[in-house]
Design a protein around this ligand. Structure first.
Ligand code: GLU
Length: 433
């Protein structure tokens, strides 16, 4: 398998992992053929009037990979590296993860090839609304429901929900999730991806009779998901010894408190080692070492958390990994070749399609609330997130033990098995093989 980058390589790498799963499940030819390509792939041009009056045109996509188990579901990312292959791969992973945790959704994803940091707030709003207008015909509460992803957030979802309401000439809150609370968003949605990842890690820790306080953790990626995971894990007693964003790694052997570092990052827009304040807890951050960003991967810790982007651990750096457990919060942070190396070294990988489902689980609750008009409080949202994820993750871990396979293989068996069952139940399968 090649280790080249780019969306096309990512997609063939992702599909390559399926062959072994199909074998294990004894999937027939029709299931294989249906899952080999997306059901819909829309490429759009989004004209943007810049603040200085110049016109620029950006490329965007919305891909619905599979809709056999329900409407497509998945986020929208704004990033200069976005291309059709990447969006397709991410849509495929959404289909798998919704099935792994039993949500009545297929998989979708959207993206715009843009560096949002180079746009003014008003340009960002115009681009977000323009993208929504371009994909409006293919989305809807029963068809395809977008949500936030890399570099998009609840404010952007609010603009898009407003734009959709203008087009539809009525309120359709269930068309998009991850909205601000006043527009029908769900409490707990912002922290849900990090919270869900901790739920899965906690379950693994408990099953292995380990105690959080005895485990050291390094977190790559200090965006929304990485921060909420780190904060909640710190509160649970795990020792967060390192945090990294794309520019640097902060390391403190006694443990870092993610809260003040996040506040400082929000203030200064960069990750800083020293947090100046009068609170003794904050001052304990002194003595923090600053390392290069990529050093996070090779630290001698128990748990390495990958919460940045796809393609982070690959052939050239996989041997540097010292952790005994890798927790994938980002989508696809470990290439399949690197995954095989980690498994050969008996490093446990808690896979993305299980570990990062907290966001879409709470998105499902938001979608249900928007449709019924009955809203849940944060405590109930968190309880339901925890209950669903614990039950499904327990099932995956039992399957991994029973079949003597990796957690990723077990999660894919559960997810692809459910998709295959839906294909069979619809009566589409004619083949006896
Ligand atoms: N973008 C998130 C993910 O990759 C959430 C998707 C959603 O809530 O629909 O899982």
């Amino acid at each position: 398998m090649s280790e080249q980058t780019g969306g096309a390589a990512l997609f063939s790498d992702a599909l390559g992992r399926l062959e072994a799963i199909f074998e294990r499940l004894g999937a027939n030819g029709e299931v294989r053929r249906r899952l080999a390509q997306p059901v819909l792939s829309l490429e759009v041009a989004i004209p943007l009037r810049r603040d200085d009056g110049a016109l620029e045109v950006f490329r965007g996509w919305r891909v619905q990979y599979d809709t056999i188990r329900g409407p497509a579901k998945g986020g929208i990312r704004f990033h200069p590296g976005v291309d059709q292959g990447e969006v397709t791969t991410l849509a495929f992973w959404m289909a798998v993860k919704c099935a792994v945790v039993g949500l009545p959704f297929g998989g979708g994803k959207g993206g715009v090839c843009v560096d949002p940091k180079k746009l003014s707030p008003l340009e960002l709003e115009r681009l977000s609304r323009g993208y929504l207008r371009a994909i409006a015909d293919v989305i809807g509460p029963d068809r395809d429901i977008p949500a936030p992803d890399l570099n998009t957030n609840e404010t952007i979802m609010g603009w898009m929900a407003d734009e959709y309401a203008t087009i539809a000439r009525r309120q359709v809150p269930a068309v998009i999730t991850g909205k601000p609370l006043p527009l029908g968003g769900s409490p707990g949605r912002i922290a849900s991806t990090g919270r869900g990842a901790l739920t899965v890690l906690d379950l693994w820790t408990k099953r292995k009779n380990r105690k959080p306080k005895d485990l050291t953790v390094a977190v790559q990626g200090f965006g929304n998901a990485g921060y909420h995971f780190a904060k909640l894990a710190h509160e649970r007693g795990y020792r967060i010894v390192a945090l990294a964003d794309s520019s640097r790694t902060l390391h403190h052997p006694d443990g870092l408190d993610p809260g003040p570092i996040w506040e400082e990052k929000q203030r200064s827009r960069e990750l800083k080692g020293l947090v100046y304040c009068d609170e003794p807890m904050h001052c304990a951050q002194k003595g923090t070492k600053e390392l290069d960003a990529e050093n996070i991967l090779s630290l001698d810790v128990d748990i390495l958390v990958l919460a940045a982007m796809e393609d982070q651990v690959k052939k050239d750096n996989v041997d540097d990994v010292q952790a005994t457990v890798v927790l994938e919060i980002a989508n696809g942070p470990v290439t399949s070749q690197a995954d095989e190396c980690l498994t050969a070294r008996e490093i446990v990988v808690i896979p993305d399609v299980l570990a990062n489902t907290g966001g879409v689980i709470v998105s499902h609750l938001e979608w249900v609330q928007n449709r019924t008009g009955e809203y849940l409080d944060e405590k109930e949202v968190n309880r339901r997130l925890d209950a669903r994820l614990t039950a499904e993750a327990d099932r995956v871990m039992d399957l991994a033990d029973a079949e003597q396979v990796s957690l990723r293989t077990a999660a894919y068996m559960q997810g692809i098995g459910r998709i295959a069952a839906a294909i069979h139940s619809r009566g589409h399968c004619q083949e006896a093989d």
